[in-house]
Design a protein. Structure first.
Lengths: 433, 482
């Protein structure tokens, strides 16, 4: 079985959980003897390769795909595709980097007017830059071309950035489309959703033959907010890497205080402000703690100012975005990990924390709360409860020891292989129809 | 006969290295030695050495008719000793000409005047001593960090014995008045004030090589004209600027050195101005009035106030946290801690946390080694956290160990006050592992018990207030009562 998979990011060039999940899934599928052609807007060359040699996944660089346009060819080409029109207004996107509002062009119009004799290569930046919408649309164009030239049985698209590409590939090839919802616009932006992103998400889900969500929490949103019938949706929870054998011995904690960590994008969705407020409360009772916020995002500067305003800056530290081993090091030396997400479709990071022997406090409004039994669950807005549980985990050893021990067992059973198996079953079911 | 008073600021901070959360409690080295050395050498080659030579030549040529003044911060002096002894020699040569006055300032170019009087006094005294040691002059003139001044600060400076002080001729405190007169402090009129003529100073210091400037290029002739156009009744023109103007801010190829070479000659021959040091200016003129500065001013940015260093949440928090340690510092005599404490107070660290982003922001950004004020803040706070921990450890160790020993040295002075604590101390020392000290402590105990008996009646009240849970103290006290 061959699957054409569209993604947007892949480790190590990630900014969030999407890349990690894609990597886990593709390696798992490879073990299931499913051939995956994973298309990315841009390959940097140092992406994680699959471990076993036999059934592999291939990474395809969309920037390498050349598209030939001559006058008449264009017309033919465009007849095969009915594109989703995207209005020409700005679109904020999921990654909280800076961006500028731009007008997005209607692709069809542009290319029908001119006739090129050279082949064009579109340079994708693969980043969440200021011409994101352009890139999404061009990606779709390239996807159509790839779908034309490759053979495969299914199309699998991850998150809204790739839905247009998935739809284009489906129209060109006629193969079934599976859309994988890792996050929705409601998760990212609360109620101030961007209409265009929402439209793309909805169209993607409607055009798909099957919708996979990473949790029941997300499934509910898809049913209620996007109007997709529940039978069309399958819940497949994410998993976490077993992890390379970490050299935990080399990780030493130098500060003598306990460490409470927040690790994630510092943006509205992740609730960093609740973390800061609860830190303040805890420090009123116990000054023998250090709080760490690791990550970057559009709310980072606001958080730094708030910490300075509360006067806790000698006990509340910011590390910026951590890469690779530093993440493990921080998680390992932490005594508590907190994920106060406002709306988290799944949340892989608490699993990584448990894997590093750290008890976790997670928000009830998250997907991972469905799979973890040995974690403390709070409502994200309940700062008092958060402070209370942080204090408890820091001072009552029995509690934290129990969470670490049983939590680890639970996490060890959350394997990407199982996820891949489930996805593979879904593939089989669709192909049978 | 009117005066031109040149004053040049020489300052280099001890810059902080990148210090991360993972370094806290792990690495106690805060300063970027490599950057500090390379930057100092660069500035020395481009500015200090060549400009000092220009000045030496001018003094040789015009003798007592050409005078200038400097203030060199303690941190700059420390760095000269570490990385650029040739620069130090060059300044000493200037001192020896007799035409150069050296001013006093806070040792680490700090904002302590705004917060901690004792720290301020200590730093100023230290600085003045260093100047005396290196240049053989006891400073009579003072300038505060970045010319920060207020009535209260002026009063503090006057009480330290200084006769005159430099500050900015800021519009909002001068109003209709001109900076070209001598003024005095509003609280203590004995302190004379020289106010910077920012127009003429900044023409040289900022606008000299700005091609968009209406008066570009600035020639000595133009400048002489402006000087001659000043109202003849006005008595002094104070030209205060950063010494790095010459070679660093204004590059050599802008012609700044040539300008300065020719200026004194033209001034002396074509105007009725003479060059004077701040002391000479103050001695030769009468203050025309006191000047009221209720809120601190400075020479920084358009606002000429404190917002370059204080005002946003980051700066305020860092500042408060830093100076909240003064209590602990008072009892500290560890050299390294005291040195770090001094260097962490340098105003530059707060400057980098400034969030003003307009035209002044460009100046800030140019000199800012950090990508953003938030990074500056985080870096500083990480270092401060580590410093706080070291200081607290030091203090608690000191309490446990030193007090019994201290009494041995200062029996007459400290015995009465510490009597009650003595009865506690033995127990603490015993718990704290060192048994060797027991015998010493016991002997002292015996000595103290005698003394205690004599003075118990007087100290009863004090004893009751400071008594602790330890049984022995209450038992001994009750015994004595009987």
């Amino acid at each position: 079985m061959k699957v054409l998979m569209f993604g947007w990011e892949f480790p190590p060039h990630i900014s969030g959980g999407l890349g990690t999940a894609c990597y886990g899934l593709t390696t798992g599928l490879a073990k299931q003897k499913v051939d995956v052609l994973f298309v990315l807007p841009r390959l940097f060359g140092d992406e994680e390769k699959s471990k076993n040699g036999e059934h592999d996944f291939r990474l395809k660089n969309a920037s390498d795909v050349t598209i030939n346009f001559t006058g008449t060819n264009t017309e033919e080409f465009w007849k095969k595709i009915s594109f989703m029109e995207v209005d020409s207004v700005l679109i904020p996107y999921m990654n909280p980097q800076e961006y500028y509002n731009i007008l997005s062009k209607e692709f069809g119009e542009k290319f029908q007017r001119k006739s090129y004799i050279f082949s064009e290569r579109f340079e994708f930046t693969g980043k969440y830059g200021n011409n994101l919408m352009d890139e999404v649309m061009r990606y779709a164009l390239v996807a159509a071309k790839i779908a034309d030239s490759e053979t495969f049985d299914l199309i699998h698209a991850h998150d809204w950035l790739t839905y247009p590409a998935g739809i284009a590939a489906k129209e060109v090839s006629g193969k079934p489309l599976i859309v994988h919802v890792h996050a929705t616009e409601f998760d990212r932006s609360g109620e101030n959703i961007n209409q265009y992103v929402y439209d793309i998400e909805r169209k993607g889900m409607e055009a798909a033959d099957k919708v996979i969500t990473v949790s029941s929490f997300t499934k509910n949103i898809v049913v209620n907010r996007y109007g997709i019938p529940p039978e069309k949706i399958e819940v497949v929870h994410n998993a976490v890497d077993i992890g390379k054998e970490k050299c935990y011995d080399t990780y030493k904690k130098h500060v003598k205080e306990k460490v409470v960590t927040f690790l994630g994008r510092v943006t509205f969705q992740k609730g960093p402000d609740y973390f800061v407020e609860s830190a303040y409360k805890v420090l009123q009772y116990d000054s023998n703690v250090r709080f760490v916020m690791a990550g970057k995002g559009d709310m980072l500067y606001r958080m730094i100012r708030r910490v300075a305003q509360l006067g806790i800056s000698t006990k509340f530290h910011f590390t910026g975005f951590l890469e690779g081993n530093e993440v493990d090091e921080l998680l390992y030396i932490s005594d508590v990990y907190v994920m106060p997400s406002v709306s988290e479709p799944f949340g892989i990071s608490p699993l990584e924390a448990i894997r590093s022997n750290t008890p976790v406090i997670i928000s009830k409004q998250s997907g991972v709360a469905e799979v973890l039994r040995h974690a403390i669950k709070v409502d994200f807005w309940d700062v008092d409860a958060l402070a209370n549980y942080i204090y408890g985990l820091l001072h009552y050893d029995a509690l934290s020891k129990m969470f670490i021990k049983y939590g680890k067992e639970e996490v060890d059973n959350l394997l990407w292989d199982d996820v891949a198996r489930k996805v593979n079953t879904i593939y089989q079911e669709i192909l049978v129809k | 006969m009117r005066a031109i008073c040149f004053y040049f600021q020489v300052h280099q901070p001890f810059r902080l290295r990148r210090y991360r959360f993972f370094d806290i409690s792990n690495d106690h080295h805060y300063f970027d030695d490599y950057a500090n050395r390379s930057i100092l050498r660069k500035v020395a080659e481009k500015c200090y050495l060549p400009m000092n030579n220009v000045l030496l030549d001018l003094i040789k040529e015009y003798g007592a008719n050409f005078k200038v003044s400097f203030s060199i911060s303690g941190t700059a002096l420390d760095q000269f000793e570490l990385y650029a002894p040739d620069v130090l020699k060059s300044f000493q040569k200037l001192a020896n000409t007799g035409s150069v006055e050296f001013l006093a300032e806070t040792y680490s170019h700090s904002l302590s005047a705004l917060k901690d009087k004792n720290e301020f006094t200590r730093q100023v005294t230290q600085q003045a001593e260093k100047i005396n040691k290196l240049f053989g002059q006891k400073p009579k003139t003072f300038r505060n960090t970045e010319l920060i001044y207020s009535d209260a600060i002026g009063e503090m400076v006057a009480n330290l014995g200084f006769e005159q002080m430099l500050t900015e001729g800021a519009k909002h405190i001068l109003g209709w008045r001109s900076s070209n007169f001598l003024y005095c402090n509003a609280i203590n009129p004995k302190l004379k004030l020289l106010l910077k003529n920012y127009q003429l100073s900044d023409d040289i210091a900022f606008r000299f090589s700005n091609q968009a400037w209406s008066s570009f290029p600035l020639t000595t002739d133009k400048y002489i004209d402006w000087l001659n156009n000043i109202n003849p009744k006005e008595e002094v023109v104070n030209l205060f600027m950063d010494y790095e103007t010459f070679g660093e801010h204004q590059w050599a190829d802008s012609g700044i050195f040539e300008f300065m070479r020719h200026l004194p000659g033209k001034v002396l021959s074509n105007t009725n101005f003479k060059f004077k040091t701040p002391s000479e200016v103050a001695a030769g003129l009468q203050p025309v009035s006191p000047i009221h500065v209720p809120f601190p001013i400075s020479w920084a940015d358009e606002e000429r106030d404190l917002t370059a260093w204080l005002g946003n949440e980051l700066q305020n928090d860092a500042f408060e946290k830093l100076y909240s340690l003064s209590e602990l510092i008072k009892d500290c005599d560890d050299e390294n801690l005291l040195k770090d404490w001094k260097y962490l107070q340098t105003s530059d660290h707060f400057y980098y946390m400034c969030t003003k982003w307009f035209s002044d922001g460009d100046v800030h950004k140019y000199f800012n080694p950090y990508d953003s004020p938030y990074e500056a803040f985080i870096n500083f706070m990480n270092i401060l956290s580590d410093f706080i921990e070291r200081l607290e450890n030091y203090s608690s160790n000191k309490k446990n160990v030193d007090k019994p020993l201290n009494k041995l040295e200062n029996k007459e002075k400290k015995l009465p006050l510490k009597k009650v604590k003595k009865t506690k101390e033995p127990k603490k020392v015993v718990k704290a592992k060192s048994t060797a000290k027991k015998s010493v402590v016991e002997k002292k105990q015996a000595v103290k018990k005698v003394a205690i008996k004599k003075k118990l009646e007087v100290k009863k009240v004090a004893a009751k207030k400071t008594s602790t849970k330890t049984n022995s103290s209450s038992i001994t006290k009750s015994k004595k009562k009987k």
